[in-house]
Design a protein around this ligand. Structure first.
Ligand code: UGA
Length: 425
């Protein structure tokens, strides 16, 4: 059992804390937001992530607003604070630097600092150099996370791989020991390799999606069906069937931020990274193109009432960070539409011209068109005749490809699903 400190009680930090507590370690979490610490101390978990509340309720995890208190006496200190994008797309390291400064005084001479936050290539080494000014033996290792929101705890418990980036074999072994209860390959490499592996994984996933979403556009124009195409592609093990679902572009707190950051790192090194530059650009188009479809089909959305089903960036989460749904709602409002929104978990921020209601059918009531923006299960099983009676118009734009088009059309609705154009004669 090790003494663990986790700095940051966000999506990454809370999963790390819960997962390590479950593995039998003694865990303390430092979080600068006092409200969040109060909530957690009362057993209220501020993120909708299956299983986390249960694990935190049944294990003793300490929460404090004082990072130094959490890190005092810790064998391993995990840094799991955000690295949000700056104006120019590069990663803002303010929170990481502040977290490191907050523990310098109390860091045990033989403690290992593990960077879980996604940081630009070279950062881990730079932090080690900085810490070594006051702690000559300090070890800082890169330990990127590969969790998906919505299944983060399950991903922690059975990871595809654990990546440890360190030049020190001793530090790498001490970190590996912490995860010894998990059945996963542990890859030890240099810190730059580990940092790059994290960006490369997310950027590659983003590239896969940008390609599928572009392919979906071509399918719409040629009469092919993207779901048939991806079924056939996915059976080639070199391609794989995961991450081939077309939609309104990739969103969330990771893929958009990490692609922009990797691109900005490449540019800073004089490399244009044309593939990635196009992925970022294509995603901007994908995030808005369904509004253009609505505009075209309705003869302009100005003054129209549009129902939007889903605001979370994907199903099974309440997270709206960089959600394509929000981008589409903003664009609809900019073009003069009135928007009524439903989402079973996420909350619409205050915006003029849009409001949220409690039921999906209520959102559709009197709407000229319906846009399905998130792939929640309940939308896939919605009753088309009830929907048809509730709506004023008949147009359903399914940006996630979840509905049964035949059943919807039989109920008198006219459907435009992603990646499926009218069949050619
Ligand atoms: C992503 C990566 O999948 C994780 O491996 C990584 O650890 C994480 O970022 C991170 O860096 O922290 P996440 O952002 O939770 O995880 O969500 P994903 O499931 O990857 O979805 C990202 C976006 O792609 C969403 O907007 C989703 O709707 C979209 N997507 C995903 C599709 O449109 N189609 C798909 O087939 C898969």
């Amino acid at each position: 059992m090790a003494n663990i400190a986790v700095l940051g009680a966000g999506y990454v930090g809370l999963i790390q804390a819960a997962g390590l507590a479950e593995l039998g370690h003694r865990v303390a979490v430092g979080e600068r937001l006092a409200d969040r610490v109060d909530q957690l101390a009362r057993g209220v978990v501020p993120i909708a992530e299956p299983g986390v509340a249960e694990v935190l309720a049944s294990h003793e995890v300490r929460f404090t607003t004082d990072n130094a208190e959490a890190a005092a006496g810790a064998d391993i200190v995990f840094v799991a604070v955000p690295t949000p994008p700056s104006q120019d797309g590069s990663a803002d390291l303010t929170f990481v630097e502040a977290a490191i400064d907050s523990i310098v005084e109390v860091l045990a001479p033989d403690a290992v600092v593990a960077i879980k936050s996604t940081v630009p290539i070279g950062t881990t080494r730079r932090i080690r150099r900085y810490l070594r000014k006051s702690h000559p033996d300090a070890e800082v290792v890169s330990n990127p996370e590969f969790l998906r929101e919505g299944s983060a705890l399950a991903d922690f418990r059975s990871p595809d791989r654990i990546v440890i980036g360190s030049d020190s074999q001793g530090a790498a072994e001490r970190l590996a020991e912490v995860y010894s209860g998990l059945d996963a390959p542990i890859l030890t490499m240099g810190p730059e390799d580990a940092e790059a592996a994290k960006y490369a994984s997310n950027a590659f996933l983003a590239t896969k999606l940008a390609f599928v979403n572009d392919m979906a556009i071509l399918c719409e124009r040629t009469g092919a069906d993207i779901s048939q195409v991806t079924d056939a592609m996915g059976l080639d093990p070199r391609i794989g069937s995961h991450f081939l679902r077309p939609g309104p572009g990739f969103g969330g707190s990771c893929l958009p931020k990490d692609t922009s950051s990797l691109l900005s790192q490449a540019n800073a090194h004089g490399f244009a990274f044309p593939v990635l530059a196009n992925v970022v650009e294509a995603n901007r188009l994908h995030q808005r193109r369904f509004v253009a479809v609505l505009d075209r089909e309705l003869g302009g959305v100005d003054g129209k009432r549009i129902a939007v089903w889903g605001i979370a960036f994907k199903k099974d989460t309440d997270d709206i960070r960089d959600s394509a749904a929000i981008a589409m709602i903003d664009e609809l409002l900019r073009r003069g539409a009135t928007v009524v929104v439903h989402d079973p978990a996420a909350t619409l921020p205050d915006v003029e011209g849009a409001h949220q209601v409690a039921e999906a059918l209520e959102a559709a009531a009197g709407a000229d068109a319906l846009l399905i923006a998130t792939e929640w299960g309940q939308y896939a099983t919605a009753d088309p005749s009830a929907l048809g009676s509730a709506m004023a118009g008949t147009l359903v734009v399914d940006a996630r490809g979840v509905i049964d088009v035949g059943a919807f059309e039989a109920a008198g609705l006219s459907c435009i699903p992603v990646g499926r154009g009218p069949k050619k004669e």
